[in-house]
Design a binder for this molecule. Structure first.
Ligand SMILES: C[S@@+](CC[C@H](N)C(=O)[O-])C[C@H]1O[C@@H](n2cnc3c(N)ncnc32)[C@H](O)[C@@H]1O
Length: 257
């Protein structure tokens, strides 16, 4: 089975200028009134949820397990003239790749649930070690509480119209396993003149994580001012309990004198 993150070209087909502007507005809302000069995204992938921060004047750093996604992120940053420091790194071992601190350390794109719940708590600890006192830890994830409660099986996307009259559709089918983990089957189909001419199938394995586990983990690390927001954060018409995704920003204690 092909790996989605080896196909950053396909992964990025959902990205449009409109989505880029939405992400930029999202960060404006999340960071409003906060002192954040630099940010490390430990699952930056191809940069879709992070690169717009450069336009807000934030110094960008990124790491990811996938060299293909990082390569794509580099190309996109160069094209826009955004300086960015990118490193290959497993977020379970950030200490091997970074020896500096940041105003904000983030994990974007529902990436934390790629590792088990126990490992996620260690990842938060690894991220915390790179956050300056008084700085912020941020992550976004799917609403796993809702997914596991409803045993939702299908997730569809609006069609994407590509160049050359090609229409792309993405459908996800989700398997809930007895051990609590999940497999997402991703089916991309490509159609021209009412004929499907290509399909690409990928599988992703996740460990659903409940919101209270993440929030308790942050509190145990000494984080306060915990803000739970929608993704994108400026959408206030949906309750985070009902939304498909949410994000969290939390503040690390100032250093004691
Ligand atoms: C859904 S993508 C999100 C990418 C990007 N943040 C975005 O939103 O477009 C998930 C990313 O998590 C990365 N990832 C998965 N496990 C990881 C790990 N243990 N350490 C670092 N990155 C990891 C994958 O390589 C992939 O780029």
């Amino acid at each position: 089975m092909a790996k989605l993150y080896d196909r950053a070209d396909i992964y990025d087909l959902l990205e449009t200028d409109r989505r880029y502007q939405i992400v930029k507005r999202h960060w404006e809302r999340v960071l409003s009134g906060k002192q954040v000069r630099d940010l490390l995204d430990v699952s930056i992938g191809s940069g879709n949820l992070t690169l717009p921060l450069a336009e807000l004047g934030i110094g960008l750093y990124g790491s990811d397990l996938s060299e293909h996604m990082l390569e794509r992120c580099r190309e996109k940053a160069d094209k826009k003239g955004f300086p960015i420091d990118l490193r290959a790194s497993d977020f379970r071992r950030l200490d091997e790749s970074f020896d500096m601190m940041f105003d904000c350390v983030a994990s974007t794109g529902n990436s934390l649930p790629y590792v088990t719940n126990d490992e996620v708590l260690d990842v938060l600890g690894q991220m915390d070690r790179l956050v300056r006192p008084g700085g912020y830890l941020y992550f976004d994830v799917r609403n796993w509480d809702k997914i596991t409660a409803t045993k939702q099986r299908f997730y569809t996307y609006d069609p994407t119209f590509l160049e050359n009259g090609v229409r792309m559709d993405l459908v996800q089918v989700w398997d809930h396993h007895e051990d609590g983990s999940m497999t997402f089957h991703l089916l991309y189909t490509f159609e021209r003149e009412n004929k499907k001419f290509q399909k690409e199938i990928f599988e992703e394995h996740y460990f659903p994580i409940m919101r209270h586990v993440l929030l308790d983990g942050l509190e145990r690390l000494g984080y306060g001012e915990i803000e739970l927001m929608n993704l994108p954060a400026f959408v206030e018409t949906v309750e985070p309990d009902e939304a498909d995704w949410y994000c969290v920003l939390a503040r690390k204690q100032e250093a004691s004198i």
